[in-house]
Design a protein around this ligand. Structure first.
Ligand code: ADP
Length: 406
């Protein structure tokens, strides 16, 4: 809307000559002028047209200007219509005018000075246009807000539906894995037991002429052990995902636990060198089996992902008065930087095309166990390569041991 769009101006006077003179004065404003010679005719015009300004003579027969103004104001549709009275200056008229001060009302004395009339009408016309423009903008704004709200609501609903579908799919997968793991456990255990039994019998009877048979049985034993471990991880995941899991805790010397584990890993591989730094006593209230699982997993990974051997450094020390720090650091292949954020996620494998990778559950389970203890697990990548895992576990108050290097 702009100045080009004229507004309707209703001129009311019982004298046609006066109407003509108003027309002459206001003509150059370019607005749309409508004439009425009586109050009644004025009301008819008001019903037919959208009137922005009423210019009216105060003294008219039948309905005078003030009565007409009162009728106009009563109607909600004309609340915003500006009224300009034309009158000889009489005190009584001025008093009556007081009653209209709240609306858009003005007053022109006679004799009418054309410039003043034009100026007043022009101000009201502009005001009307601006008000309509503002109303239009408001409506547009409201429409857009409504549209946007509707869009947001439907996006939220879509998102919720997608989340529910994803959650349902995850539950189906988890249930399946849990059932499958349970079902697989028994035959694999049986398989391994038979392989071990046959190996023992062959040893006992000193059967050495079939080395391929011995090798085959050893492979079956090793692979079924690996399978048992993977199945164990799947069972751990479904167990740990149930929130009600509260592990049994006992006072444990974490240094001894780590030292014992390192000894068993030393026996397992000669390719890697294990360097252990442990405080003599590092007492914490923990589920020892769980923490053993965490450290074993870190050591397992350190071996798996350091294909060329090398040193694996382990620490079990007091970090500060609240936490014990258990560290496993290798000098292996490390983890590509774009995958580092995800390695504690379920089923995440940073080297998925590597045959050494498992199910991507070890670190996830480790984090769950550590967090159940109120601890933290984090990974770092030292500038000289390899990977450094650090586990912080709350210590018992009596742990105040001097550092010792075995
Ligand atoms: P996985 O059974 O696959 O080893 P984990 O949860 O223990 O599962 O580890 C997740 C992934 O993190 C691994 O697949 C591997 O890509 C990466 N990773 C874990 N530990 C190391 C490490 N010490 N060095 C390099 N990569 C590692």
């Amino acid at each position: 809307m702009s100045k080009i769009e004229p507004v309707n101006i209703l001129m009311v006077d019982d004298q046609p000559a006066k109407l003509l003179s108003y027309e002459a004065i206001l003509g150059e404003l370019g607005e749309h002028l409508i004439s009425a010679t009586s109050g009644r005719e004025a009301l008819e015009q008001l019903l037919k047209n959208d009137i922005a300004i009423v210019l009216m003579d105060v003294s008219m027969p039948e309905i005078d200007g003030f009565e007409l103004a009162a009728m106009i104001r009563q109607h909600p549709r004309y609340q915003k219509t500006a009224i300009i009275f034309v009158s000889a200056v009489r005190q009584t008229d001025l008093d009556r005018l007081q009653a209209y001060e709240l609306g858009a009302v003005d007053y022109i004395p006679v004799p009418v000075i054309p410039e003043i009339l034009r100026a007043k009408v022009s101000v009201f016309a502009e005001l009307n246009r601006k008000t309509r423009l503002l109303e239009g903008l408001n409506e547009e704004l409201e429409r857009r807000v409504e549209e946007r709200t509707a869009e947001l609501e439907s996006a939220t609903a879509r998102e919720r539906a997608a989340r529910l579908t994803a959650e349902a799919a995850t539950k189906v997968r988890d249930d399946f894995l849990s059932v499958a793991a349970h079902e697989l456990k028994t035959p694999v255990t049986g398989l391994r037991a038979i392989a071990q039994l046959l190996l023992r019998r062959m040893q006992k009877r000193e059967i050495t002429e079939y080395p391929w048979l011995t090798d085959g049985l050893v492979t079956i034993d090793q692979q079924s052990e690996r399978l048992t471990r993977l199945i164990g991880q799947l069972l751990d995941v479904s167990r740990l995902d149930k929130d009600d899991q509260e592990a049994e805790r006992e006072e444990t010397n974490l240094s001894s636990l780590v030292t014992r584990l390192v000894a068993s890993f030393r026996a397992r591989t000669t390719k890697h060198r294990f360097v252990l730094m442990a405080d003599e006593e590092l007492i914490a209230e923990v589920d020892a089996t769980g923490i053993e699982q965490v450290i074993s997993n870190l050591l397992d990974n350190a071996i798996k992902y350091s294909p060329d051997g090398g040193a694996i450094e382990i620490e079990a020390r007091l970090s500060d008065e609240h936490y014990a720090r258990l560290v496993v650091r290798d000098h292996g292949i490390g983890i590509p930087s774009e995958k580092r954020d995800e390695i504690f996620e379920r089923f995440f494998r940073a080297h998925s095309d590597d045959h050494r990778s498992g199910l991507g559950l070890g670190l996830y389970i480790s984090r769950q166990i550590v967090e159940l203890h109120g601890g933290k697990i984090a990974v770092e990548f030292p500038p000289d390569g390899g990977t450094r895992f650090e586990v912080l576990l709350p210590v018992a108050a009596k742990t105040l041991a001097p550092m010792q290097q075995p």
